[in-house]
Design a protein around this ligand. Structure first.
Ligand SMILES: CC(C)(COP(=O)(O)OP(=O)(O)OC[C@H]1O[C@@H](n2cnc3c(N)ncnc32)[C@H](O)[C@@H]1OP(=O)(O)O)[C@@H](O)C(=O)NCCC(=O)NCCSC(=O)C[C@H](O)C(=O)O
Ligand SMILES: [Mg+2]
Length: 285
């Protein structure tokens, strides 16, 4: 299931917090994950489901993609969450701790045609990433770097070296199957500089965007995952230069001292399309 839209900033909102659910209606995020899992206490699990259903029925989220993260199906809440989420009219349902395609089969049996997203956050999930990404109902992978770090007993490092194998496997799996892939959260939500570094790393690696935990992280992330003015200018000049040489029967142009072939033009056109989609989304808000 291909998903062709901006997903730079994907904000988690605890479904138990009406004030945050309301605030999100005015935030410039590309997508929202309404969370019934880790951000919601055991005592609030059931009431959060009702609060979320009410918020989604009221609407007001505009062009933002709406995803509901349920509890795992082997928890006391998972099956009821899945059934309720399928009735909420969300754009997708996100299943945590997916370790094999069978986890998604079990969810799809409860949710029908609703598109699915998968949290990638267990060692077995990393090893089965290719099989998981091949699931027909799946639209996107979301990295759960907190759970993955816990399972691997890693130390936190700014370069995320201990997580690189898992991040890389999931990226390859997503790209091989044409899925979107969103990077994990940056926990220090008041540290803009650290967030910038981690966003740049994720963007360089090929992630489509980053999951966020606080509104203060939105601006930095949107900027990091948007094409810059320089990139847009270079892409336009590459397309023009290639069209010019192609008209005279040649297959290679040179821009800024670097060759431009048809594959580079594909990348340039994709970048321009992304910039246009971001601009269109901003107008819809
Ligand atoms: C981290 C927080 C607990 C901080 O909350 P709070 O102290 O209320 O922050 P502020 O006072 O600075 O809030 C200012 C206003 O912003 C609103 N707000 C805060 N957070 C959000 C949000 N996520 N979405 C929308 N709005 C938000 C507050 O309501 C204030 O509004 P107002 O009063 O009108 O000014 C809190 O940010 C929070 O709970 N964040 C989400 C945490 C979360 O979702 N965790 C689970 C996901 S992370 C994860 O599980 C990843 C994965 O599974 C893994 O394994 O890695
Ligand atoms: Mg997690």
């Amino acid at each position: 299931m291909a998903l062709d839209r901006p997903l730079r900033s994907v904000l988690y909102i605890p479904a138990s917090k009406p004030r945050a659910l309301d605030k999100a209606r005015g935030l410039p995020v590309d997508a929202i994950i309404f969370d019934l899992e880790d951000a919601v206490t055991t005592e609030e699990k059931t009431s959060a489901r009702g609060i979320l259903a009410e918020a989604l029925s009221q609407g007001g989220y505009g062009p933002r993609m709406r995803i509901v993260r349920i509890n795992a199906l082997d928890t006391p809440w998972g099956i009821d969450d899945a059934r309720a989420a399928a009735e909420m009219g969300a754009d997708a349902i996100l299943l945590p701790k997916v370790s094999s395609p069978a986890d998604l089969d079990a969810l799809a049996a409860l949710t029908g045609d609703t598109p699915l997203w998968a949290m990638m956050e267990t060692p077995m999930g990393m090893l089965n990433a290719a099989a998981i990404a091949a699931h027909p109902n799946l639209q996107a992978l979301v990295m759960g770097t907190n759970d993955l770090a816990k399972e691997l007993n890693t130390r936190a490092r700014p370069d995320r070296l201990p997580l690189q194998a898992g991040l890389g496997l999931c990226l390859l799996a997503a790209k091989a199957h044409g899925l979107a892939i969103i990077d994990g959260v940056y926990n220090a939500f008041k540290d803009d500089e650290g967030l910038e570094v981690e966003c740049a790393q994720g963007r360089d690696m090929g992630f489509d965007g980053k999951t966020l935990i606080h509104p203060a992280q939105v601006a930095v992330t949107n900027t990091a995952f948007s094409p810059s003015e320089t990139e847009i200018d270079t892409a336009r000049r590459q397309i023009a230069a290639f069209d010019e040489v192609a008209a005279s029967g040649q297959g290679v142009a040179v821009v800024d001292g670097k060759i431009v072939e048809n594959l580079h033009v594909d990348t340039a056109r994709k970048l321009i399309a992304q910039a246009e989609a971001i601009a269109a989304m901003a107008q819809d808000e």
